[in-house]
Design a protein around this ligand. Structure first.
Ligand code: LLP
Length: 413
């Protein structure tokens, strides 16, 4: 039951690299997110080398995990950043990124965000509305910036094999611009003297179950840009899947690159992966508060909930759960649930788990992407602490303190 080289049992203790997760949890309290910087960087480098023959530049998608410790490590390793708000741009800059290493995406950028991005020297806009082009052009003129690189985002009208909430490239999705609209935009480039239409963007969904839909979208994209040879940059977005189950196999990255290479020969390729860099580098540690047995069911009520990790409630997502101290002996079928007043507050249903007692601690695995990033204060729960294990693997620190109850009323007038 080894998930990856960073999260495994050393004798009976579940460790993240060389560090006992329970030792961290005892010190920080629970729930706590813990990330392996070693695993984050390994994932980043693995992607870089898989896509090396395409010369792809990797922009980490900040929405998946905005931890500054992670952003700093990726920045030092040479990554760029994919940001979708002024907040994310600020985090990326704070982590040391230069404006030109940031791509700014988003289906509803405000004018204030566009102006902010231009003022920070953002290198690239992924554009999803025709009117946005006018705003970007005006912002550039006001700021005295000669040209801004723009990549219209193609909605290729393909169905990605993924959860419906994560499919973005079909006709009914709010994302992108369809090919006919992009053709009109490209034909009217002269209206936007400050815009350099040198790229095109595509992102058909997240946790993609096969490569077929992406390849067919890429073919549509290539057809679309053929009459405009000045378009040399192709941004393929994110979406690379990860294994959430011990026995899950995911589409081969090598085959994907193999299929892309002849198509993208001569183009500059950009990527915006989030999940595939951080998901399996993070765990959410929690403590069993109560064990409830009734109506033929076993409930492990833990101190993490849908407020700290919404993926199971929102997408029916599966996250493996392991005890921090391995126990031999009887297993039981149990539901792992949180304290929040919602029937959807179930982290795992019908899971075969060891017999646990109050005070035992567990880890929810593959929690590094869209975990803390989507955490809320629902039920007035302070958001959890985050800790990172250094790349050396033997040292850790709290990288973000747990919110305190006194933080919660702070914004009320
Ligand atoms: N680029 C664009 C334009 C995106 O919309 C996204 C993700 C990414 C890149 C990064 O995708 P990734 O490599 O992480 O798949 N909250 C959901 C996932 C939502 C993804 C949103 N967009 C989840 O928890 O699974």
């Amino acid at each position: 039951m080894v998930l990856n080289s960073s999260i495994r049992y050393a004798t009976d203790s579940l460790c993240i690299d060389e560090v006992d997760i329970d030792a961290i949890a005892r010190e920080t309290g629970t729930p706590v997110y813990i990330y392996s910087l070693k695993r984050v960087l390994e994932n980043y480098r693995r992607l870089r080398s898989a896509f090396a023959r395409l010369g792809a530049r990797v922009h980490f998608s900040v929405k998946s995990n905005g931890s500054l410790a992670i952003l700093r490590a990726l920045n030092e390793a040479g990554a760029g950043f994919d940001c979708v708000s002024s907040g994310e741009i600020t985090l990326a800059l704070e982590a040391g990124a230069r404006g030109k290493d940031i791509v700014f995406a988003g289906v509803g950028k405000t004018r204030a965000e566009i102006n902010f991005a231009v003022s920070k020297g953002i290198g690239w806009f992924n554009v999803e509305n025709v009117l946005e082009l006018r705003y970007i052009n005006e912002a550039a003129a006001e700021a005295g910036v000669d040209t801004i690189g723009v990549a219209p985002r193609l909605n290729p009208q393909v169905e990605a094999k993924t959860h419906p909430y994560m499919a973005t490239g079909h006709g009914a999705a709010k994302f992108g611009l369809t090919a006919d609209v992009i053709r009109e935009v490209l034909a009217s480039q002269a209206q936007y003297p400050r815009i350099n239409f040198a790229g095109i963007h595509l992102h058909i969904g997240s946790q993609l179950g096969d490569n077929e839909a992406t390849l067919s979208a890429v073919d549509k994209l290539l057809d679309l840009i053929r009459p405009w040879p000045q378009i040399r940059k192709i941004n393929l977005g994110g979406g690379l899947p990860v294994a959430y189950r011990f026995d899950e196999t995911i589409p081969s990255l090598g085959d994907f690159v193999e299929a892309l290479a002849p198509r993208l020969d001569g183009y500059e390729v950009l990527l915006e992966p989030g999940r595939s860099i951080v998901a399996d580098a993070g765990v959410l540690a929690a403590e069993v508060l109560y064990v409830k047995r009734q109506a033929g069911q076993v409930f492990y009520i833990v101190d993490a909930s849908m407020a700290e990790m919404i993926r199971p409630a929102l997408y029916g997502a599966h996250h493996e759960i392991l005890p921090l101290r391995k126990t031999e002996g009887d297993m039981v079928k149990a539901h792992v649930v949180g304290p929040v007043c919602e029937s959807a507050d179930v982290l795992a249903r019908d899971r075969k788990l060891p017999l646990l007692r109050e005070g035992d601690r567990v880890a929810l695995l593959t929690a590094g992407a869209y975990g803390m990033a989507m955490a809320s204060n629902y039920n007035a729960r302070p958001r959890p602490a985050e800790a990172v294990v250094a790349e050396s693997g033997d040292r850790w620190r709290v990288s973000r303190r747990r919110e305190m109850i006194s933080d919660l009323p702070g914004l009320e007038l």
